[in-house]
Design a binder for this molecule. Structure first.
Ligand code: NAG
Ligand code: NAG
Ligand code: NAG
Ligand code: NAG
Length: 507
């Protein structure tokens, strides 16, 4: 294509884009949609969200010579090709809208709160520079945008309400990390402390069989109506239950989202009734890995931190992580092996606040108010390679790979928690929480596939306060024995067929 005709194209496209933006703003103005959150957030007093800080950190790339023209062009030709594809219109307009809303800032255009933080940041940089920043992060993370549209589907013996309550913030697949997790309603008190630290998307699958369903809905409503506004902005809730324990009524997603808000003078639904759970009365097991997989697969971002809801990451982790990926200036980051990024886990005493950074963590370890996770339950499961050295290495400002571990030798039974992607092997859905070893088969496949476990230097997880001790549970012991047989006789032989085997890899 000649330069002139390319310019012509660019001109035409920019006119089309402007019309799109206008239309978008009008639509937005007219109706704020069922799940755009209009709650009043005082962003001035809120810490930076993930999305903001990523864009802020990407700052230095703005001044690379030539990036602006190239990237605007790239953006335009991208938009052109997207016009012919099936991406929803809002995604296309998103990046431009940030620039546009900067110009409209004083015109009384009342954007949804979800978009406001980005606008504020744009004040610091010229509007034209914005596309080059976003492109740079985008280039470092090739990924496909996923839909947040609610969907009812079956999965083995389970019914799943995917995206039953979607987050209101629009997040591109390359611009953040999703914390993916599973729970029942009795664990939902963790969500707010978790989000205060994480400040980035969360995808959570809730197990809600029979009458647990209603109380689960009430709990979601409570969190969204009475808790931090980060909940409706950043959390996507999925719900699942066995087809043998279908609730009496399952309202469609939009009906639930438009129903009356929770009466916040009442206490949280999970506050008292733990003993009366339907799951407990019917003696159901907790299908932990079904939940893990639902939540992970549904995450809209490329990078995912598949974790357990009681494990709180240190603040600022998402932006620091993405900055590390964007720079990719350590040889460990560029090796061809598949890789995941491990976060060491700690627990703290009941009356202690989880440490905010590695410096305070190290102080607490020295004082004995913090210890490595499950030191008293199963130290081989969570011991990390070079764990001692990690604890002796002072905090630095950025995030780096501290050490590359393998799941062999002393660490053959390691159950690390890590940041990875949806290309990593999934969790085995025949295993339950009660039967234990629920992450061992996944660990085995990681070993066979020769994964590098890149341990991060300034990132960690802290269990909600309270140190766990060993408690004998005879029902779990019986189930665990059955699970071991299932793994040895059935699952392991399957994995050997599907993934092959490798010396040193064990379950
Ligand atoms: C961002 O850019 C400004 C100048 O445009 C510079 O002074 C500042 O140090 C940069 N910040 C980062 C984190 O790179
Ligand atoms: C909310 O609950 C309180 C306490 O039970 C009650 O007094 C109040 O009338 C309720 N408000 C609504 C709108 O139902
Ligand atoms: C907890 O149980 C009590 C007694 O059965 C009931 O009155 C109350 O409504 C329950 N609380 C919630 C939040 O469901
Ligand atoms: C680490 O966190 C503590 C509070 O938990 C804070 O007082 C301290 O300034 C922080 N240090 C750094 C280096 O950020």
């Amino acid at each position: 294509m000649s330069l002139i005709s390319r310019r012509n194209w660019a001109l035409r496209l920019s006119i089309i884009l402007n019309i799109c933006v206008l239309l978008y703003v009008c639509v937005h103005f007219g109706s704020s949609g069922p799940w755009i959150d209009d709650g009043s957030v005082n962003w001035e007093s809120q810490p930076l969200t993930q999305v903001q800080s990523v864009i802020k950190n990407a700052n230095e790339s703005q001044r690379l010579p030539g990036t602006i023209t190239t990237n605007v062009e790239a953006k335009l030709s991208k938009t052109k090709s997207e016009t012919n594809n099936k991406l929803p219109p809002i995604v296309k307009v998103e990046a431009t809208k940030r620039i546009e809303s900067e110009n409209n800032k004083d015109n009384g255009v009342n954007e949804a709160d979800a978009n406001r933080p980005l606008t504020q940041l744009n004040q610091e940089s010229s509007p034209l520079a914005q596309p080059s920043v976003t492109m740079t992060m985008k280039d470092a993370t090739p990924c496909i945008q996923k839909s947040l549209k609610p969907k009812r589907a079956q999965r083995g013996d389970y019914w799943v309400l995917y995206n039953y309550v979607p987050m209101s913030m629009s997040v591109q697949c390359w611009e953040s990390i999703t914390y993916t997790t599973h729970a029942d309603f009795t664990f939902l008190d963790n969500l707010e402390p978790l989000l205060k630290r994480w400040q980035a998307p969360v995808s959570i699958a809730l197990h809600a069989p029979g009458t647990d369903f209603q109380i689960t809905l009430e709990s979601i409503k409570y969190l969204r109506s009475c808790g931090s506004s980060l909940i409706s902005q950043l959390v996507t809730f999925h719900i699942y239950f066995s087809n043998k324990h279908v609730p009496k009524v399952v309202p469609p997603s939009d009906k639930f989202l438009n129903s009356a808000p929770y009466n916040c003078s009442l206490s949280a639904p999970w506050a008292n009734n733990h003993t009366k759970m339907y799951k407990t009365e019917k003696k159901l097991v907790y299908p932990v890995n079904v939940g893990r997989n639902i939540a992970r697969e549904s995450a809209v971002t490329h990078y995912v931190l598949a974790s357990d809801i009681e494990l709180y990451p240190n603040p600022n982790l998402p932006s620091k992580f993405l900055e590390m990926i964007r720079k990719s200036n350590q040889p460990e980051l560029n090796k061809p092996n598949p890789k995941v990024f491990v976060l060491p886990i700690f627990e703290v005493e009941k009356n202690c606040q989880p440490p905010e950074n590695k410096t305070s963590l190290i102080q607490m370890l020295k004082a004995g108010t913090a210890i490595p996770f499950h030191k008293k339950l199963c130290s081989v499961c969570h011991n990390i390679p070079k764990g001692k050295e990690w604890q002796q290495t002072p905090e630095t400002n950025e995030l780096h790979v501290f050490h590359v571990g393998k799941r062999t030798g002393n660490f053959a039974h390691w159950e690390p928690i890590f940041i990875g992607t949806n290309s990593d092997p999934m969790y085995e859905e025949r295993l339950s929480w009660e039967g234990k070893s629920d992450k061992m088969t996944q660990g085995y496949t990681f070993c066979v596939l020769d994964y590098d476990f890149l341990i991060l230097d300034n990132a960690f997880l802290v269990h909600r306060p309270g140190i766990k001790f060993y408690k004998k549970d005879s029902l779990r012991q019986t189930l665990a024995a059955k699970t071991n047989v299932l793994i040895k006789k059935i699952i392991l032989p399957e994995l050997k067929v599907i993934y092959g085997s490798r010396k040193g890899c064990v379950i």
